[in-house]
Design a binder for this molecule. Structure first.
Ligand SMILES: [Zn+2]
Length: 383
């Protein structure tokens, strides 16, 4: 069974983290030797060495670039700004990455310990068991692909929806039950792993993997070419949405993103007047957008790039790039469909299928057409 390395925090050289609590023991493993600490410890890296402070008195000195911290019992990360503490299974690891300023706090956890914290963070409590199980198979497949593709990197996934959300130790029994019932099960197509992409709501028409995620060959397969009909998610609160944003803010965000990414043609725009579909996939979902200014200048960009470009809007990011925008007075009124990239499993659609009595297998067949489920590890062999 693979381990997953989850990036929890990126820290700068002046930052610190506090790990553990009064009941815990922390074992620190480094090239300087192993040591055991009782209670909470504070870890910092003021210049190029680690400092660990706790009840045992400060231990300072040059340690390996990567330090492995074993907490006995679930590790605790105190919540920031009045938020509750978070508990984590597995180990903590602090790492300095070549060429990247600062350091990172990583949770190293087995796949089956990791997944309940994904399901609880990604799905609503009370959704059907089949929905949780289909999501478990998708999330396990996605994370396994990340592990395989990122062996050169310090971490495999983040704990945010940029990869898949993760809350540490899950408290929801449905999440644990779904992971247990699908132990070791992965999505495969022609004996190759399917990266089980998913999003909150496809808005009715699916995205294709290569458009939504990237032109990697692992994405150019039939199971990621989009689901068929009928539409399953039309009752989702995020199925269709409207957002009003000051036009000047949209223009400024586009220009800033253009500079950051070297996308020079956006500099031609003297404002934003209209955003409309410029191309769509075989299902009819927009893939490219045309942005026009008052003078008739226009640029074309992908739906995903529009979401990236407007991610920093004070009004919050767009829920999806499948949208249009029209100028009304000083504002752009966006009208969009769905929430997330729209490829693979649609969580709201999978919830509705579960409520209608569809099985885990039927949900997987609908959202990953042609994929098979195979158990690759675990004791729990089933027919
Ligand atoms: Zn959907």
């Amino acid at each position: 069974m693979p381990h997953v390395r989850v990036l929890l925090q990126r820290l700068h050289d002046g930052d610190h983290v506090v790990l553990g609590n009064a009941e815990q023991h922390l074992q620190v493993v480094s090239t300087s030797g192993d040591s055991t600490w009782r209670g909470a410890v504070r870890i910092s890296r003021p210049d190029d060495h680690w400092i660990i402070e706790g009840d045992g008195g400060p231990l300072s000195g040059r340690a390996a670039e990567s330090m492995s911290l074993d907490l006995f019992g679930d590790g605790v990360l105190p919540g920031a700004k009045g938020e509750p503490d978070r508990r984590y299974p597995g180990q903590f690891r602090v790492v300095v990455t070549d060429g990247v300023e600062g350091w990172s706090l990583i949770n190293v956890v087995t796949m089956e310990q990791y997944l309940p914290g994904v399901l609880q963070a990604e799905l609503f409590a009370g959704w059907p068991a089949a929905t949780f199980e289909a999501q478990a198979v998708a999330a396990r497949s996605f994370a396994t692909m990340q592990v395989l593709q990122r062996s050169h990197a310090a971490w495999d996934v983040t704990d945010t929806p940029a990869t898949q959300a993760y809350m540490g130790h899950a408290t929801n029994d449905e999440a644990w039950a779904a992971v247990d019932a699908t132990e070791g099960q992965l999505l495969l197509f022609n004996d190759a792993l399917v990266p089980g992409y998913f999003s909150s709501c496809c808005g009715g028409l699916p995205a294709v993997g290569v458009d939504a995620v990237g032109p990697h060959e692992a994405n150019a397969i039939a199971p990621l070419a989009g689901h068929g009909s009928p539409i399953q998610c039309s009752d989702a609160p995020v199925y269709a949405w409207t957002r009003t944003v000051p036009a000047e803010g949209v223009h400024e965000a586009l220009q800033k993103w253009a500079v950051e990414t070297g996308t020079s043609d956006i500099g031609r725009l003297q404002g934003v007047e209209q955003i409309e579909s410029a191309a769509h996939n075989p299902h009819g979902r927009a893939t490219m957008l045309r942005i026009t200014d008052r003078g008739g200048n226009e640029i074309v960009l992908t739906c995903g790039n529009l979401v990236s470009a407007l991610a920093s809007l004070p009004q919050g990011p767009l829920m999806s790039g499948w949208c249009t925008g029209v100028r009304q007075g000083d504002d752009i009124v966006f009208e969009g469909r769905g929430y997330g990239h729209g490829a693979g499993l649609c969580q709201y659609g999978a919830a509705r299928m579960g409520r209608r009595g569809r099985s885990t297998r039927q949900i997987i067949d609908f959202y990953y057409p042609g994929a098979v489920i195979e158990q690759r590890w675990g004791d729990r062999r089933r027919d």
